[in-house]
Write a protein that binds this ligand. Structure first.
Ligand code: SAM
Length: 242
């Protein structure tokens, strides 16, 4: 059985055991045929990745995409926002790649995942509470990042008014569950600049069916949004017009 699943002949469609546990969306192990791996020769990225990897749950493929996007949007004047910071790993990558140029807002409950519900298959609420504001501050200090501000609480419900007038070029949503991600997107989308991007983490993850459902809904129903499904586990919505 295993041999068959992972046989060379079956290399177009690797059925995975996840199919049993998640029926709403087909799951398989995904191995792109392309082998070009620029993250392995980007010295600045590798140095930062090495310094933040213990503070992140995000793999190198998604980390490199965050790094590249932030670097490419360096000259744009708008701010960056991350909701779902945990111990600060991806936040530090976004800030470093942006060269401390733009303000970056780091939003987390610091009490774990909020608003898990029936659309979510694995998360029950309260996961990833093993962090603190001090942990994030300490990583930022280590990395020489000064342009950040931490917002503690459920975003956007408890603290978004402070950012009402901001415009954002990047919003990284890494909150694992449907309702939280939906509320954040609805708050942020009108504040995203043309050419700016909302990056959803966990898109397509077997444990995050709520995120896959939400991103598919948004991809179909958001005007002036260009959707990219990156098979590394990111869903990107790029704003094409106001
Ligand atoms: C998977 S972790 C984030 C991982 C992090 N980006 C990294 O580099 O590993 C998810 C985080 O989302 C936070 N969270 C979930 N829903 C939230 C919400 N509505 N507002 C603020 N934080 C939220 C949780 O507290 C948790 O720390």
């Amino acid at each position: 059985m295993i041999e068959e699943i992972y046989s060379f002949e079956n290399n177009h469609y690797f059925h995975a055991y996840w199919e049993e546990r998640e029926n709403r969306f087909k799951q398989s192990l995904v191995f792109p045929k392309s082998t070009y791996s620029p993250w392995l020769q980007d010295e600045a990225f590798l140095k930062t990745y090495d310094a933040i990897k213990e503070n992140s749950l995000v793999d190198i493929y998604r980390c490199y995409e965050l790094w590249s996007i932030s670097k490419r949007l360096k000259e744009s004047e708008a701010a960056i926002i991350e909701v779902g910071v945990w111990r600060g790993g991806t936040a530090a990558l976004l800030a470093k790649a942006n060269g401390n140029q733009s303000p970056i807002y780091l939003c987390d409950t610091f009490e774990g995942v909020a608003k898990a519900g029936e659309k979510d298959n694995q998360y029950k609420g309260g996961e990833h509470a093993d962090t603190s504001v001090e942990t994030v501050e300490s990583l930022m200090k280590e990395q020489g990042i000064t342009s950040y501000q931490i917002l503690k609480g459920i975003f956007p419900d408890t603290n978004a008014e402070k950012l009402d007038a901001e415009k954002f070029k990047i919003c990284h949503i890494d909150v694992d569950v449907y309702e939280s991600a939906k509320d954040i997107f609805n708050w942020v989308w009108k504040r995203i600049t043309v050419g700016g991007v909302v990056i959803f983490d966990d898109y397509g993850f077997a444990a995050c069916a709520g995120i896959t459902q939400l991103v598919n809904e948004l991809a179909d129903n958001t005007p002036n949004a260009f959707f990219i499904h990156n098979i590394n586990g990111h869903g990107l919505l790029i704003k094409t017009a106001l």
